[in-house]
Design a protein around this ligand. Sequence first.
Ligand code: SDX
Length: 428
Amino acid sequence: MSEIAKIELEGKSYELPVIEGTEQEKAVDITKLRGMSGFVTLDSGYKNTGSTTSAITFLDGENGILRYRGYPIEQLAEKASFLEVAYLLIYGELPTTAQLAGFKKSITEHTLVHEDMKHFFEAYPSNAHPMGILASMICSLSSFYPDSLTPNRDEAAKNLTIHRLLAKLPTLAAWAYKNSMRHPFNYPHNDHDYVKNFLQMIFELPSQKYEANPVVVSALNKLLILHADHEQNCSASTVRMVGSSHANLYASISAGILALWGPLHGGANQAVIEMLEKIHKDGGDVDKWVAKAKDKDDPFRLMGFGHRVYKNFDPRAIIIKKACDDVLQALNIQDPLLDIAKKLEQYALEDEYFKARNLYPNVDFYSGIIYKAIGIPTEMFTVMFAIGRLPGWIAQWKEMMDNGEPIGRPRQIYTGYTSRDYVSIDKR
Ligand code: SDX
């Protein structure tokens, strides 16, 4: 017998069903609340509100658990390739050898971007932020593939758009960077794997072939896997919201990129490095900057700390910190920013303000140091996050479409003027 929740409103009692997930999470299903009582619920920022049921990613904020389709990210980061994880998230199971080969082949065949799109890049100033360029380019793909405009037409059309997105995002991201450097664009190398292909498109110069360091390739593969999905975060919820109107998948992913750009979300990895550089330039006085972060009257926040869900530690940060040490050692880099980062992390473990608010390093805290060590410019850090998160966004969109979920349209509580008559301008 399933549980029920009882709620008393204006002297009347109502019963609402309680649903329980496979990990014993429970929710009061309020689908019928307004129809029964006229009441809606209010939860700014949806801190306590589930928007959907999902079988893609499970995270347990109290115990620092993150699993994709039931597989712990620690195992996937250690043993899987990024495309294997992308397949798992999107189609629900780890691919067989044949399935992975077919997936890779299809993606490889779509890495090229229509030559006419190169003109779009030329119109951007060299200091244009690559996240704005990327969002525009991804949305523009729908103009080159009109068959994508009816997203739910058939499985083959849906998969073609999914594979085109996975294939072309790294090419467009690399071209955005090359455009900012006013360097010639590199074309994809179809004999490289996903990560090496991207690194080659970013770093190769006409005069200088790029040989990827295996430690760098392994670290980047881990970073992309660790960023691949995170259930109903801000950008994934944006992708679902836009997709729920049956706008095409390119438009939904473009909206997700724009949501990720924000410094409170994916933009934090760029903000972390900018913060560490500011502290370093200011003489490295960590105590001073921690005091500013604690000061309610000071808008300064410690970027890369805190999380809406993780209340003990972000399991991804632990793996990324290890990869960070490996990359710096392999490239023989002594980065003063890393020393500052480690001092800040010490505060999170010892300082009452941090502990009382569960402010631990999150996924963005160390990733920027790795990207910087690899030679990726700061403004491209959130683009790296987007490349990693793309399969998760696609998986969330596909689940929503496959489940036939309704268009997203939250309610509100109105707090403006009650009815009043128009006043002519001469009487205002
Ligand atoms: C990502 O949702 C996801 O899953 C996101 C993500 C993903 O994979 O998709 O994990 C990726 O976005 C990670 C988060 C990256 N953002 C940052 O690092 C930006 C810095 N962090 C914050 O701004 C903040 O911690 C959030 C946005 C991450 C979470 O904010 P919440 O849950 O809304 O918490 P809050 O803002 O209400 O803060 C609670 C308290 C407040 O103090 P009090 O009012 O209780 O006294 O903690 C304080 C805040 O002032 N606080 C911080 C702080 N973060 C929260 N104080 C100093 N520095 C910080 N970073």
